[in-house]
Write a protein that binds this ligand. Structure first.
Ligand code: MG
Length: 261
């Protein structure tokens, strides 16, 4: 269980470790959870504080999300941030170069099959939203009837099972979303990749995230950084600390930014 700390307590734990590498999830961390992915705009003040942080010599900034890069950059239109989309499958460096930890051409045909299957089982049903991200497929069911969602997920899971095994794909669950993506494309792998490729040795990683997909990153950073879960309730997690919501995240970032050069 993560220890709940005040913004002031977290601020002092973080500031003394500068220079910092901030690694932030987007949905539920920099934005409040919304009924559909399109409506999840940044929390009040989030874009301003990120813009402030990216200008600091003592901070490197990365945003790590399951979303495609294009969507992330639409919500956070700031240069100089390392953007990681589709859980590490696509990375845009802080110099604007594009790279990937997944072989997109190899993965794409099987993902297309997984996508077709999701379309088939949700056809004619309301409240489902399918995202095809080339290297992953997300099936959102926040607005669907609970029972219907359960039935759709069971059917989908059964049909794609052989496909997943054969093509080294994995099914993961998040907040009202099920997602199929390649093995080895998780936020923990993405965090290691960023640390190895874009950081100076003494940059201290601070990771903030709210969902099950962030747990991979929490685990990777357990002994070498500071990890914060965003949640208004206690829950099992590998994160060390907890704050309540995206507004707290913005407040914390503001406080830390004030003490960086
Ligand atoms: Mg999230």
């Amino acid at each position: 269980m993560a220890k709940k700390l005040s913004i002031i307590e977290l601020h002092s734990l973080i500031v003394c470790k500068k220079p910092l590498l901030f690694l932030l999830d987007y949905d539920g961390t920099l934005s409040h959870i919304a009924p559909t992915p399109d409506e999840a705009v940044p929390a009040d003040g989030a874009v301003d504080v990120l813009e402030n942080l990216v200008g600091k010599k003592e901070a490197v900034l990365g945003i790590i999300s399951g979303r495609p890069l294009k969507e992330l950059k639409k919500f956070i239109p700031i240069d100089g941030i390392i953007f990681v989309g589709a859980h590490g499958a696509f990375i845009e460096t802080n110099r604007g170069d594009l790279t990937s930890i997944v072989d997109v051409a190899e993965v794409n045909p099987s993902i297309t099959e997984v996508h077709k299957s999701a379309v088939k089982f949700t056809d004619g049903k309301s409240g489902f939203l399918i995202e095809d991200k080339k290297v992953s497929v997300a099936l959102h069911f926040r607005l669907a009837d609970d029972k219907e969602a359960e039935a759709v997920l069971t059917n989908w899971k059964n049909e794609i099972k052989p496909l997943l095994k054969k093509n080294k794909l994995e099914l993961h669950y998040g907040k009202k979303v099920a997602e199929v993506r390649p093995q080895g494309a998780d936020k923990g792998v993405a965090v290691n990749y960023i640390i190895e490729n874009f950081c100076k040795k003494n940059d201290y990683p601070v990771y903030i995230g709210d969902d099950t997909t962030d747990e991979d990153a929490f685990k990777v950073l357990k002994k070498r950084g500071l990890t914060i879960l965003v949640s208004d309730v206690e829950r099992p997690t590998s994160a060390q600390y907890r704050i309540e919501n995206p507004d707290d995240v913005v407040e914390l970032l503001k406080n830390v930014a004030d003490d960086l050069e």
